[in-house]
Write a protein that binds this ligand. Structure first.
Ligand code: SF4
Ligand code: SF4
Length: 396
């Protein structure tokens, strides 16, 4: 039976309301109220994952959603933590654990979480796609998806090799749309080319697109004083025809209220609004830590195959996210970095200070120093797995 998605907005289990700033201390009273309001307004899509909230997000939705509402009144999506699994047997063990934690017999959507080159190799080694086909045939989930923070070329390859994938979850927002390190637009276009609907994550880039420079805020407020700054970000992705559902983590009721307002009677962006967003993107980019213009002149010069502008783009996001976002968004940047290295690019620490790049950089950037003093000690030294383990000591 075809799935009715209703309104195209979903509650993301990555950022649930918490108490005392503790990711492990879910504020169930507020979460219950949020879900009640969400359901009352006709929204039905809920997204979670094994790893969110130190592995407590699925349990939280099990308690606040599944235990309180009929199973056919909502759509539930969760993800296999392939990057953090150690052996083939983990697939069955974790899948069963997820059903239990969510208190369901089946998921509506099941995804391979953050698939990348290394994870894909494990999928082949462990017959993950066969495992999932079997689970779907047994009625344990209805649609199969992948989420990724990787390249459009990689997505093209896996969608070609696995046409059974039903949909793609990607990081998509107006600042990453043409960001050379994230390449949201190209990833979206690959999904559309393969006829796969897109589910959007990070539409507001971890809240950073609600906290933009004052100059950019003024442009938006002058045009429409009643619209929240965040609503521009959500309308940007919601206006894309290939987008099936837009997800948002909403740790506060006021965010939920604002997003309900945006999606209840959704109005796509008009031409004038797209122009304002273009200006806003320019302002945000001019307020970035490393003023790299992504001309890529330096890339062919580097004997160590370091994708310099891509690392700088990640670093700029990294600094912006650290000001206003949770550990999860910061961690995402580290995943992107790891993907670059896994794909055969040189890590920032491989720089030999030969200066070939600096000689051709039209912006006269101190590339060597930025790599050594910024990218290496912050992004390269960051270990996402350690941060997940830190949240909750669970044997994976
Ligand atoms: S200085 Fe470092 S980054 Fe620049 S070209 Fe040489 S090895 Fe590559
Ligand atoms: S040459 Fe300079 S401005 Fe151009 S991509 Fe490389 S670091 Fe960035």
């Amino acid at each position: 039976m075809a799935i009715d998605f209703g309104k195209r907005f979903g509650l993301g289990g990555l950022r649930l309301p918490i108490l005392n700033g503790d990711q492990m201390d879910i504020d169930y009273d507020t979460l219950d109220k949020m879900i009640d309001k969400f359901m009352a307004h006709g929204f039905t899509y809920y997204d979670t994952s094994y790893i969110y909230h130190g592995q407590l997000s699925e349990t939280a939705l099990g308690k606040s959603l599944v235990a309180r509402y009929p199973r056919d009144s909502f759509l539930l999506s969760t993800k296999m933590p392939i990057k953090f699994m150690k052996k083939k047997e983990d697939m069955e063990r974790i899948f069963e654990e997820q059903l239990q934690k969510c208190q369901v017999d089946y998921f509506d959507f099941y995804l391979i979480h953050s698939i990348g080159k290394e994870a894909y190799e494990n999928c082949k080694k462990w017959d993950t796609f066969e495992f999932l086909k079997k689970k779907r045939a047994e009625g344990k989930f209805r649609e199969f998806g992948v989420s990724l923070h990787d390249s459009p070329e990689f997505l093209d390859m896996i969608l070609t090799e696995h046409p059974e994938i039903d949909f793609v979850v990607e990081q998509l927002n107006y600042i990453d749309w043409v960001n050379p390190a994230i390449r949201s637009k190209e990833i979206y276009e690959v999904a559309v080319k393969h006829g796969k609907p897109v589910v959007v994550m990070e539409a507001c880039k971890g809240g950073t697109l609600a906290e933009i420079p004052d100059e950019a805020k003024k442009l938006m407020k002058d045009y429409n004083p009643d619209a929240s700054i965040a609503s521009w970000a959500f309308r940007f992705v919601g206006s894309l025809p290939g987008v099936r559902v837009v997800l948002a983590g909403m740790p506060k009721m006021e965010f939920l209220d604002d997003n309900i307002k945006t999606f209840e009677n959704f109005v796509p962006l008009n031409e004038e609004e797209y122009k304002i967003i273009d200006q806003v993107v320019e302002i945000i980019n001019s307020n970035t830590a490393i003023a790299c213009t992504y001309c890529r002149y330096c890339v062919d010069e580097c004997p160590q195959k370091i994708p310099i502008p891509d690392y700088f783009a990640l670093y700029n996001d990294w600094k912006r996210l650290q000001k206003s976002s949770s550990e999860n968004e910061v961690m995402t940047q580290a995943f992107y970095y790891m993907n670059y290295v896994e794909q055969g690019n040189g890590p920032a620490s491989a720089c030999k200070a030969c200066k070939k790049c600096e000689k051709v950089c039209p912006q006269h950037l101190s590339i060597i120093d930025y790599l050594k003093d910024n990218v290496v000690p912050e992004i390269e030294a960051y270990n996402p797995e350690a941060h997940i383990q830190k949240d909750k000591e669970v044997e994976m």
